[in-house]
Design a protein around this ligand. Sequence first.
Ligand SMILES: [Fe+2]
Ligand SMILES: [Fe+2]
Length: 287
Amino acid sequence: MRLTCLVDNAVRPHSRYQGEHGLAFLVEAEAGRVLFDTGASGDVLLHNLGVAGVEPAEIDALVLSHGHRDHTGGLPALLARRPGLPVYAHPDLPRERFSRREGEMRSVGIPLPLEALRRQADLRLSAEPQEVLPGVWTTGEIADRPEPEGRSDRHFVRAVGAKPGSPWMADPYRDDMALVLETAQGLVLVCGCCHAGLLNTLFHVRRVFGRDPVAVVGGTHLIAADESHLRRLVEVLERMGPPTLYLNHCTGRAAYVTLALAFGERVAPFPAGAVVEWGEGSADQAD
Ligand SMILES: [Fe+2]
Ligand SMILES: [Fe+2]
């Protein structure tokens, strides 16, 4: 099982990959290729797919971690080149989402309405875990959230069925899901933004899949995590092995440094162009 970071805020030095505030991964499993998120723009996604040597027609399925534009912005360009693509996500994905900047509400949700999505893709919405290809699963909804979530106080939605002009409410991030890969080395957890919270997501994986992951990859939204949250995270990860952490996107510098100080070589950045492979031997991060 091979995982490539296709789109991220950072790019591997001296690579031809382009960067943007967004995220996308390419999973290459024995049974096929799965894209996890699409980055923020079609231009960057298509360029970086080209650098990875993959045609849109060669992608077997897409999983969307949640509706935010930095993860779904490349979707229209992708579907234009790969119509009928099976797309897996949570039923709350198509909901309109907003970000408040300087008092203004900006729309930051998925760029295609539900009807267009249904027309252009083979849409498979479920709050339950779904097997996308053999060994590649969505987590399903991370409903139990006793631990801190990965929240931003800028993110809002309108109540379901509310008319324009009705009050805003904090985004409940019900759509936030992660990906679970069953590799020869054990489970690998791949996060989009982890708005449900990394600890909640880890405990959900333990409950649903019966094991703790040997690696955690992606955006962990620890930007706003305070010291006690990070201390608890380090304790829990320690007891879990700890897993190897390949961190990017919305992880946050302070959290990255805390985790790197705690776990040393088990922590690495994972910018666009980075590749890791879990085979029969040990996990290899390709140069
Ligand atoms: Fe997000
Ligand atoms: Fe994000």
